[in-house]
Ligand binder design. Structure first.
Ligand code: UN1
Length: 497
């Protein structure tokens, strides 16, 4: 599909795509696809005020009814899956299947959130006083700011928004400047759900288009009690303290430096498939991408040979073409970053296989994936480079492997390939992987929405998506009700007047 066909299939008119100051390019060929009108920074107070007023109405709508809106959103996303998936491909450069997969992730979280809308369970707590009852109740908290990154232009928004909406919170979405079209197309889909829903307050979902100053307005506002941000650790370092300063709640999903330990007992063919998908899928631009391979010395050479052989047959090129497995990097700067990392790795003793600039489509930034054998976990290995570079290191004992895996600043995802139960359970134990995600015989990327998603250390500590991540979008209230005619004090305190 041509760019203009993909844009009109996603519902854009020419007028919407022209006349503004934000240039949007497709990483497929670097072509300019839109000049979008930006949200003036001065308008942010009005945007936030609109969300605040939507909140006063939406919080009173029963949660299962709020769930109905998200159910309709899921239906509309199902209907628009191909078009939105193609737009993800156009704007983020993902191969077709991964573009569709991202939309499926949105649909999945909608389904999850619909069920959740009838399960925002509180607790009943035993009171120590006679004739008293204690409870814990979860209430909507207020507008939620959602800042998303280019590499997953829509799914992380959906993890946040589907939960926030059933929890009773309006959403203000600041997408990456590199992928605003995906956000605007999602808004159109959401608006179709809103029309079918009927009586939702105005301002439940607003998309703001533009640069960092828009995000900064959300970060600074006391009227945005929850700020969920996906992106680099550098961005999180700027956002986190500012939100904390005003006692807001930041949900941060930042960099990863994800490892796989391959033990001697591993099923190597399975490990190989997992390695290739997680290291080169999305051209190595997932926060969950496999970046470090920690492999037992006894199988190291064999595995490196298998990976380099597999890499040599991967189709690199136009992500829309059938059979392509590696599309473009987001832009030329990303390609430069990859080359700089490879140079640094070489200077730090690395032996590089692959990693050359690839032809791809003229105007795009394409690269062959690289495997780099490292003598140790040097400085460059400890950094997250958003590109298909896989550093390989050897180990002798599992303790060493786990120590190496944990000895990086980031803590998002991790995995072990082993058929040894003791090794697998040790890896998952309190003294095993220190990451938010730890898998056995599965790669580190491609998590399902049912689990809580996020990680520790410089990954930011936030949790989104499944499990009880919904609690991050609500305020907790402890209730004590006295139905007796006495007024006993807790802890046996006497205070007679
Ligand atoms: C991201 O890269 O920001 O686990 C999110 C995965 C996807 C989400 C990645 N479900 O790889």
């Amino acid at each position: 599909m041509t760019h203009s066909a993909a844009l009109s299939a996603a519902g854009f008119t020419d007028a919407e795509l022209t006349g503004g100051t934000l240039t949007v390019r497709s990483p497929i060929d670097g072509a300019e696809v839109a000049q979008l009108v930006e949200t003036p920074a001065a308008e942010m107070l009005a945007v936030i005020a609109r969300a605040k007023s939507a909140f006063t109405a939406w919080r009173k709508v029963p949660a299962p009814r709020r769930g109905e809106l998200v159910r309709l959103l899921g239906e509309e996303l199902r209907a628009a899956k191909d078009e939105l998936g193609a737009l993800v491909t156009l704007e983020a450069g993902k191969i077709t299947s991964e573009g569709l997969g991202e939309v499926q992730e949105m649909i999945d979280i909608c389904d999850f959130a619909v069920g959740l809308s009838r399960q925002l369970y509180g607790l009943t707590i035993a009171s120590e006083r006679p004739g008293h009852r204690m409870a814990e109740t979860w209430h909507p908290i207020g507008p939620v700011g959602v800042i998303t990154a280019f590499n997953f232009p829509v799914a992380p928004w959906a993890w946040n928004a589907a939960l926030a909406l059933v929890c009773g919170d309006p959403v203000i979405w600041k997408p990456s400047e590199k992928t605003p079209l995906c956000a605007l197309a999602t808004l159109k889909i959401f608006e179709r759900a809103l029309i079918r829903f009927g009586d939702a307050p105005e301002g439940l979902l607003q998309v703001v288009v533009g640069g960092a100053e828009l995000g900064e307005a959300l970060v600074a506002s006391r009227d945005v009690p929850v700020l969920s941000a996906t992106g680099s650790t550098r961005m999180g370092r700027a956002v986190g303290p500012k939100v904390a300063e005003r006692f807001g709640r930041a949900i941060l999903e930042l960099g990863g430096n994800n490892a796989m330990i391959v033990a001697p007992s591993a099923d190597l063919d399975m490990a190989l498939r997992a390695i290739v998908f997680s290291a080169v899928g999305t051209a190595g631009q997932r926060c969950t991408s496999l970046r470090r391979l920690i492999v037992h010395e006894s199988i190291r050479e064999e595995l490196v040979a298998k990976i380099t052989a597999a890499y040599s047959s991967l189709a690199i090129g136009d992500p829309r073409a059938e059979g392509t497995l590696i599309g473009p990097l987001i832009d030329k700067a990303a390609l430069k970053g990859m080359q700089a990392a490879l140079e640094a790795a070489q200077a730090q003793g690395g032996k590089i296989h692959g990693g050359a600039i690839a032809a791809g489509v003229t105007g795009g930034a394409y690269a062959a994936p690289a495997v780099v054998e490292m003598p140790a976990q040097t400085e460059i290995v400890r950094e997250e480079t958003f590109a298909p570079i896989l550093y390989v290191m050897g180990y002798e004992t599992l303790d060493q492997a786990i120590a190496l895996q944990n000895d990086v600043p980031q803590g998002l995802s991790s995995c072990i390939f082993t058929l040894d139960l003791r090794e697998a359970e040790t890896f998952l134990s309190a003294s095993g992987s220190d990451c938010g995600i730890a898998n056995v015989n599965i790669g580190p990327s491609g998590a399902e929405i049912g689990g809580a998603f996020g990680g520790e250390k410089e990954t930011g500590g936030g949790r989104e998506s499944g499990s009880d991540a919904w609690k991050g979008y609500m305020r907790r209230q402890t209730n004590t009700v006295n139905y007796s005619s006495e007024l006993p004090l807790a802890q046996g305190v006497k205070f007679d007047i």
